[in-house]
Design a protein around this ligand. Structure first.
Ligand SMILES: *Cc1c(COP(=O)(O)O)cnc(C)c1O
Length: 221
């Protein structure tokens, strides 16, 4: 799809999505001119799955945008990830948290993070199991440079958008329950869930951020 068509689609989606919901453009595999077109349309958040891809793309996208890591982050890529990402949405292990904390404490900067939840309990998928969330979040309050802002989830691939509803509903329940727990240093402000196939259901169930790829850019190359 050309930049004009991408811009048109982004503007259309921005009109449709309620104002309290943030749209993140998931740009894996997209060229930097495609990313620029989305930003020109008013998309302010970019999500990338690979550190290297983000490093090569971001310098070619001069416009202001916030870049989020939405793919699995390996500990040996943490240093590079901090060079290019403003947020990490896929924090799911203490070892990764320790690594990030150590790097961040050297520079004194804070990193907003979301904790990824394996809401579908899929063995091959990343994420903290729901019942482990309270303990995990309490452990994270040991890391002063990690700003826990909320939760992120990628439920099982739905055949029908409605298939995702119970997962989204459970995520919202966890989000609110954890917010009430008032764990020191933990704020529940962002609930990142919903992709092109099921974003409307996600918004319905209380997502505050949706991550869209194909809806904005067309089928993946
Ligand atoms: C690719 C991707 C998306 C967007 O997927 P679409 O179905 O193309 O909208 C959202 N979140 C993550 C983590 C992704 O990897």
């Amino acid at each position: 799809m050309g930049p004009e068509e991408i811009k048109r689609r982004c503007e259309e989606v921005l009109r449709k999505v309620p104002e309290h919901v943030t749209i993140l453009a998931a740009t894996k595999g997209r060229a930097s001119e495609e990313v620029r077109a989305a930003i020109a349309a008013g998309i302010a958040h970019i999500g990338e799955n690979y550190v290297q891809e983000a490093l090569s793309k971001r310098p070619k996208v001069p416009d202001p945008a916030t870049w989020h890591m939405i793919g699995r982050l390996q500990r040996n890529k943490a240093r590079k990830a901090l060079e290019v990402f403003d947020w990490v949405q896929t924090l799911d292990s203490l070892r990764l948290a320790e690594r990030l904390e150590r790097l961040l404490s050297q520079g004194g900067e804070e990193l907003p993070v979301l904790v990824e939840v394996n809401i579908g309990r899929e063995p091959q998928k990343a994420g903290v199991m729901p019942e482990q969330l309270p303990d995990f979040l309490r452990e994270l309050s040991r890391f002063p440079h990690l700003r826990v802002k909320g939760l992120m989830a990628i439920p099982p691939v739905p055949e029908d958008p409605e298939d995702s509803r119970p997962y989204f509903r459970e995520m919202r329940r966890l989000f609110e329950a954890l917010s009430r727990e008032g764990i020191p240093g933990v704020r529940m402000e962002v609930l990142s869930m919903g992709m092109s196939a099921d974003w409307e259901v996600a918004v319905d169930e209380g997502a505050t951020m949706i991550r869209l790829g194909t809806l904005l850019f067309g089928p993946r190359p």
